[in-house]
Each structure stands twice: as structure tokens, then as C-alpha cells.
Design a protein around this ligand. Structure first.
Ligand SMILES: Cc1cc2nc3c(=O)[nH]c(=O)nc-3n(C[C@H](O)[C@H](O)[C@H](O)COP(=O)(O)OP(=O)(O)OC[C@H]3O[C@@H](n4cnc5c(N)ncnc54)[C@H](O)[C@@H]3O)c2cc1C
Length: 446
């Protein structure tokens, strides 16, 4: 079987390790540069508040989630289906009457979506129900892939529902202010929401990573161990070198780091990808597909208050088309365990990385919230922490699936694992980790 070293304990690396272990592979070691598992899916505890490193949710219908997570043990808390569309001083509920009867009447009366829009939502749902998640991800509804914006227009949604609901909602999912992302992702997420819940573990998203890490024995995972280099000899991987200079021999190296680190190694090993003699020396006819590194960034502000501002369990969307905030949620309505007793925790999301100090941004967000809730004592909100995440997802334009690398790196023994072989999501990272493990189990190729 040989020794496997996995670099990176994000969801991709953890899933890869779990699958190998379950298939009886004992000689494996996972090396992680930070002090815990999860990569982008971690939860910090600050003054008794449990803060995910950026607002993030789990779609329970993700096929990889169904295969790799024990949802019951995560003690999931569901968001209510739909969203509240907020304008200064006004809030309109757009729920999913098929799953939440109580939201039926207000949703039907919601003036920000036309009756035709509501029929279109049902029509799209029925069309997507006939296709598997994989088919939707690869082909959408069929035909040429478009940007989300183009698709929504072509499908016949009104400008009203786009501006008030669909745009802010999908901007929040894809962290894409212009909605130039692939419409196949729109279709995929639409299907995920129609067929499952949006949820978070009661103690925060970090529990997802912890559950995966629990499959490993303590001596199979080392934290605070950054890997400096992947060693290749005679066209084959032979191990890694850590930043402190330790060499670990391996028959397989799974690179499950973020795309930026993986791309540095890909460039180094293939000498910039453009030298024909390099990739042909590895027996490849073509240079490998470059690992995508164009990033989408996001900023998440956590506020605390001794009072509640919002209707329980709903995501709030900025339906005004103005301001910095894209969406917000009162997290303690979803899971009271995320804050000390008597406290309410709010997550406020701004797309990108605004050119304001944390303090100015927090003040600006509070002023915007005051417009939405004119009668609330918003001035009593206190910042708990601000997270700026420069690389939250990678850019996924129409047709992106055809331009992603596979898990097979081109070098015998070196396997890529990371969302960037699939799609920028928890599903993408789980699926990629699973495929990397399958590639090792099959002896090499993807
Ligand atoms: C704010 C935010 C919101 C998101 N929202 C959602 C959402 O709602 N739903 C959804 O499905 N997805 C969401 N995503 C995307 C999802 O979190 C990611 O797609 C997924 O976590 C990526 O996992 P990964 O294992 O591929 O990479 P990563 O999580 O980046 O893991 C890579 C790991 O490699 C380690 N590493 C890097 N270099 C080295 C080295 N040299 N040596 C050792 N270790 C190294 C890193 O420390 C890290 O732990 C969001 C992401 C962010 C940041």
C-alpha cells in the first residue's frame, strides 16, 4: 500500500484521510500548518461567542455531505426556508410555502415578486427535480452555460424579484457582486435548497471539520507543521520537507492545501507549466491544467447585543440595492448555543474587502442597520470581531468546470485535493477529497 502524506487539514484533506482510513489504509499522516482542523471552516470562541471564520452555512442536500457526515451528530440547526427582503423601515417575507406553511400567506402577498415569479420558482424547482445533482452541476438545464445574471433574465424572472431577492441571495452564496458566475451553480444551489435545508451545527461550522478529524488517530494528524516542499525524484514523488527542515518519505503525497499554495508547487514542479520538456519528462502530452487562483473575498462582522432585532430563523437580504451590507442573520435565533446566555449574536456580511478600517466599517454597518430597523436601539450593538477573508472562494465563470484540474497532478504519486478540482464549496472540497482517495486506491490516475 505504501505511505500517504496529506498536506492540509481543510475539508478536502480530512475527507481524503477519512476515505483512505475507511478503506483500510493505515499508514497515513496528515500535516497542517495551523493549530486545528477545518481550513476555511473553523469556529473561534471569543468572549463566550462562537464565531465561524466568515459567515457560512451547510446545505444538507449536498451529495458529499450525505456520504461523509453524520448529520445527527452535528446537532444541526436549520434556517427557515426563504429570506426576509429588507428595505429601510420595511421587511417582506419570501418563504417556501411548500416547506414552511406559516410563510405561505405573507409570501404570496409579498409585493417584491410578481405572481409569475412565484410560478417560475415552482417551474424551475420541478425541472431541476428531474435531474441528478451531478447533472445539474455539469449541465444545468441544458444548453450553453450563461452568467447567473443572463440566466435569470432569460428564464423570465422579473427585475423586481432579481433585485430584491435573487441577486442579493446568490451574491451571498457565490460572493460575487456582479453575478458573473456560472448559471449551473445557480441551478445547483437552487436544487440543494429545494431538496434539503440550510443549516449550521449548533456549536458552529467548525464541528464539521472536527467530526471528520475524529476518524483519524491522534498520531495520524500533526498541527503547526507547515510543509515547505514536495520532493520528486526520477519523475515520482518521494516525500515532503517541512518548514523546519524535517523530511518525511512517502509513496503518495496528497496536496490538500488552498489553491494559492498548490499553485506555487505546481508552478515549481512544472517549471512554470510552459516548458514542453518538463511535462513531457513526466510522460504528459500536454502541460497540466493550471490551478485556479483568482479569488473572491468577503468580510464578516460579528455584533453582540442584549436584545433581538429580527424575526426568528431567517436570513435577511439587503433589498434596497444600496449600502455595504449584502445580508445578515441573527445567529442566536438559529442556535442559542452560539452566544452566552442573554446575549444575541449577529453576523453581518459585506462582499469583498472594503477600504475602511474595522471601526469605520462597523460604524457604517450599524448606520445601515439603523435604517432597516429605525426604532431599534442599534447604537447598543457592539462589535465582537471582524473577519476579512481575502480568498474565500475561487472565481467560477460560465463554463469553468471544463477548465479545472483533475486530482491527477501529472506526477506519479502526487495527487491534488481541494475544492479547486470541483467547485468552490463544502461539497466541492468533500468530493475532491473523496476523488483524491479513490485515485490513490486505484493506483494513480483520476
Ligand atoms: C467566508 C466563507 C464563506 C463560505 N461559505 C460557504 C457556504 O456557505 N457553503 C459552502 O458550501 N461553502 C462555502 N465556502 C467555501 C468552503 O468553505 C470552501 O470551499 C472549503 O472549505 C474549501 O476546503 P479545502 O479543503 O479545499 O481548502 P481549505 O479550507 O483552504 O484548506 C486548506 C488547508 O491547507 C492548509 N495548508 C495550506 N498550506 C499548507 C502548508 N504549506 N502546509 C500544511 N498545511 C497547509 C491550510 O491551513 C488549510 O487548513 C465559504 C468559504 C468562506 C471562506
Amino acid at each position: 500500500m505504501g505511505k500517504v502524506v496529506i498536506i492540509g487539514a481543510g475539508l478536502a484533506g480530512l475527507t481524503c484521510a477519512k476515505v483512505l482510513k475507511q478503506q483500510g489504509w493505515q499508514d497515513l499522516l496528515l500535516l497542517e500548518k495551523s493549530d486545528g482542523p477545518g481550513g476555511r471552516v473553523r469556529t473561534d470562541v471569543v468572549d463566550g461567542f462562537r464565531l465561524d471564520r466568515g459567515f457560512q452555512v451547510l446545505f444538507t442536500a449536498y451529495p458529499g455531505v450525505q456520504r461523509h457526515l453524520h448529520l445527527r451528530d452535528l446537532n444541526l440547526r436549520n434556517y427557515r426556508p426563504g429570506a426576509v427582503l429588507a428595505k429601510p423601515g420595511q421587511a417582506f417575507l419570501l418563504g417556501d410555502p411548500l416547506r414552511d406553511l406559516a410563510s405561505g400567506i405573507p409570501s404570496l402577498l409579498n409585493p417584491l415578486a410578481t405572481p409569475l415569479d412565484k410560478l417560475k420558482i415552482l417551474q424551475l424547482r420541478a425541472q431541476l427535480a428531474q435531474r441528478s445533482p451531478e447533472q445539474v452541476f455539469r449541465e444545468g438545464l441544458g444548453g450553453e452555460d450563461l452568467s447567473i445574471r443572463e440566466f435569470l433574465h432569460q428564464y423570465g424572472f422579473s427585475p423586481a424579484i432579481c433585485q430584491h431577492f435573487l441577486y442579493p441571495f446568490y451574491r451571498g452564496i457565490l460572493l460575487d457582486p456582479d453575478l458573473n458566475s456560472s448559471a449551473r451553480l445557480f441551478a445547483f444551489y437552487f436544487k440543494m435548497m429545494a431538496e434539503g435545508s440550510i443549516a449550521t451545527p449548533a456549536l458552529g461550522m467548525g464541528d464539521i471539520a472536527r467530526q471528520l478529524a475524529d476518524h483519524l488517530a491522534p498520531d495520524q494528524i500533526r498541527y503547526q507543521t507547515p510543509v515547505e516542499q514536495i520532493e520528486v525524484e526520477e519523475g515520482k514523488v518521494c516525500g515532503i520537507r517541512t518548514r523546519t527542515g524535517d523530511k518525511i518519505a512517502a509513496d503518495w503525497v496528497i496536496c490538500a492545501t488552498d489553491a494559492l499554495q498548490a499553485q506555487v508547487w505546481q508552478q515549481t514542479l512544472f517549471k512554470g507549466l510552459s516548458d514542453h520538456s518538463v511535462h513531457s519528462a513526466y510522460g504528459l502530452e500536454q502541460p497540466p491544467v493550471p490551478i485556479p487562483t483568482q479569488a473572491r473575498s468577503v468580510t464578516c462582522l460579528y455584533f453582540r447585543a442584549p436584545f433581538s432585532l429580527t424575526r426568528g430563523g431567517y436570513l435577511y437580504l439587503n433589498a434596497s440595492g444600496r449600502g455595504w451590507i449584502n445580508h445578515w442573520v441573527e445567529l442566536t435565533h438559529i442556535s442559542p448555543d452560539l452566544a452566552p446566555t442573554g446575549q444575541h449574536l449577529y453576523s453581518v456580511v459585506v462582499l469583498g474587502d472594503p477600504p475602511l478600517s474595522d471601526e469605520d466599517l462597523a460604524q457604517t454597518c450599524c448606520a445601515e442597520l439603523q435604517d432597516y430597523f429605525p426604532k431599534a436601539p442599534v447604537e447598543h450593538l457592539q462589535v465582537v470581531r471582524v473577519y476579512r477573508i481575502p480568498f474565500a472562494q475561487f472565481v467560477q465563470p460560465p463554463g469553468f468546470q471544463a477548465h479545472l484540474p483533475t486530482v491527477f497532478s501529472g506526477i506519479q504519486g502526487l495527487v491534488w485535493a481541494g475544492e479547486y478540482t470541483q467547485q468552490s464549496s463544502i461539497e466541492g472540497s468533500l468530493r475532491s477529497g473523496e476523488q483524491a482517495a479513490e485515485s490513490v486506491l486505484k493506483g494513480g490516475r483520476a
